[in-house]
Ligand binder design. Sequence first.
Ligand code: F6R
Length: 240
Amino acid sequence: MELITKKDYDELSKAVGDFVIDYVGKKPDSLICFAGGDTPLGLLKYLVEAVNENKVDLSKCRFVGLDEWVGLGRDVKGSCQEMLYNNFYDLIPVPKEQVCFFDGLAKDLNEECRRVDSFISDNGNLDLIVLGIGMNGHIGFNEPNVPADTYCHIVDLDPITKEVSVKYFDTALDVKQGLSLGMKTILEADTIILMADSERKADIVYKTVHSEKTPEIPSTMVKDAQKVYFFIDEAAGKLL
Ligand code: F6R
């Protein structure tokens, strides 16, 4: 795992954005996954600007969502779909059939997982995945002690994830489960990017860098994949 430290959130977002632009320049039809949540907001803004300035063409890329809260649809502020469509997919010219997202309202959640698995395998596996890190080390909704051999799956959310979730929603929502790409899906990606910013992530950044690989801290599970880049800002790295 290569650790790359940038001065602040803007520099971090720009560095990951330039990485994505360079990657797509080499493989214009890449299958890409971006996390939801707050961490990638600056990156997505940077990419939308780059598209508008003709610095990158994302129209041939395929995109898959990383995760979704069970019970929430795209119309709910704070759902992963809402965040990614409003901040990215709806702002770039990409054919809608090239974007696949978990439907948190699906009647059969297992079938929904298989649908997303099929989209990925039909498109030849993930090229690039950009992940945030939860306060408990989760990546996607792969919570502590997640099995390493899962593809898309239904997750019972960890108490810390439920507690942190209130920051995304306008009203209190009782989220209990999530749908997520699994560890196996993530580990089969050609290139993995982890991103973390701000002092509140300093502890989990320290653990991710210094702990042995352990399912208790899911972010450590990607450490010895072949191409893994951990982009942080100085505040997130302050305990290193
Ligand atoms: C979101 C996701 C989560 C977040 C993580 C960090 O789709 O998969 O794993 O990346 O919880 O969240 P933020 O970026 O809000 O600190």
